[in-house]
Design a protein around this ligand. Structure first.
Ligand code: KG4
Ligand code: ZN
Length: 347
């Protein structure tokens, strides 16, 4: 059972965690959200500087919380792709330095593989094969999890990611960043049937629609048109709760339909959900109900491990380490890297 310390700095959270196999010994997160909120989104340069300022405290705190020392650490992991290059570099450089100083193996971790591994923290009995619905700020994918490091992408978004759609709709409703949690909160007070909105569908040249790919930009435009129409008709204040609920319900229904169809078509009886949008109450409700009616198991990580954290990175790193997958100290960061190329990170 490998004990791994991992660092996650791919975006606006400086996170450090220590995980023993699938058990979280400590998990610290210094969120930069209040800093970026004033700009309405993440400013990469500000994020990098902030990571530099908080990383050392995070490492010290992670050890303190875990109550262990360097002797018990078997390896050091860090997110190396995909993400903001300057931000990733801070965590990767820190992890490599620690690996050299303490003479421990170094494990570069793919951020999205981390989101998949968040489900193992909640359900340590989980084993591949299973289907992962990965819904974050930058990605919306249906991934066939075959084994550690072995993935096949079955569906993707053709335009905006699910989290991005939440953030953009929140912005046009003049809600603060990040938009997902705000929409989720308002939607609880709204009527999801108030405004019928179109589910994005991808047409196939052969006719019909792509069963697993998504599109959210048309839905975002439909919300924009709805807001303009309501404003022109003099509706004040805007029924933001109903708009949020109708939007959220449309996204949740669309993702649920595709995920269930995919699981059934591929004969996968377990669905793990990962990424920030996995925290969404509408998605949780729709997918849970649909999965139950088809006798499928669905795993939603606990809320704190849906959004970015280092425990999921350490968990993925520990699994790779156990299999002898370690990275070269010359490994660099990558702003983009397909989940199907994860094994490129290991020598
Ligand atoms: O996984 P994550 O923390 O970062 C990325 O890897 O992108 O996901 C962040 C995204 C943001 O777009 C945020 O608005 C969205 O997840 N999000 C939510 C909720 N909590 C976070 N979207 C909908 N409902 C939520 N409760
Ligand atoms: Zn993420």
């Amino acid at each position: 059972m490998a004990t791994v310390l991992a660092i996650e700095t791919s975006c606006d959270e400086t996170a450090v965690a220590i995980v023993k196999n699938r058990e979280v010994l400590s998990s610290t997160i210094a969120s930069q959200i209040p800093i970026h909120r004033q700009y309405g989104g993440v400013v990469p340069e500000v994020a990098s500087r902030q990571h530099v300022e908080t990383i050392n405290d995070g490492i010290a705190e992670a050890f303190q919380e875990a109550g262990i020392g360097w002797a018990e650490i078997d390896g050091i992991g860090a997110t190396c792709a995909p993400g903001l290059v300057g931000a990733l570099l801070v965590g990767l450089s820190a992890a490599k330095t620690l690996a050299i100083v303490h003479q421990k193996p170094f494990i570069g971790v793919h951020h999205l593989e981390g989101h998949i591994y968040a489900s193992y923290l909640l359900a340590p009995d989980l084993e591949p094969p299973f289907l992962c619905l990965l819904v974050s700020g930058g990605h919306t994918s249906l991934i066939y999890v075959k084994d550690c490091g072995i993935y096949e992408t079955l569906g993707e978004t053709r335009d905006d990611a699910a989290g991005e759609a939440f953030d953009k709709v929140a912005r046009l409703l003049q809600l603060s960043y990040p938009g997902g949690p705000m929409i989720d909160k308002l939607a609880r007070e709204g009527n999801p049937k108030a405004f019928p909105l179109p589910e994005g569908k991808i047409s196939l040249p052969s006719g019909g629609y792509h069963p697993y790919d998504s599109s959210f930009s048309g839905l975002k435009t439909a919300v924009l048109r709805l807001v303009k129409k309501l404003e022109q008709s003099g509706e004040k204040p805007l029924p933001v709760n109903d708009i949020a609920a109708s939007f959220q319900d449309t996204v949740a229904r669309s993702l649920t339909r595709k995920t269930i169809a995919c699981a059934l078509d591929y004969g996968l009886s377990t669905i793990a959900v990962g990424g920030g949008v996995a925290a969404n109450s509408g998605l949780r409700q729709h997918l849970q109900t649909a999965a139950e009616s088809h006798n499928l198991r669905v795993i939603f990580p606990s809320l704190k491990f849906c959004t970015d954290n280092a425990a999921m990175i350490a968990c993925a790193g520990a699994d790779h380490l156990e299999r002898g997958h370690t990275s070269s100290l010359t490994l660099g960061v990558r702003s983009r890297l397909a989940i199907t190329d994860v094994m490129q990170l290991y020598s």
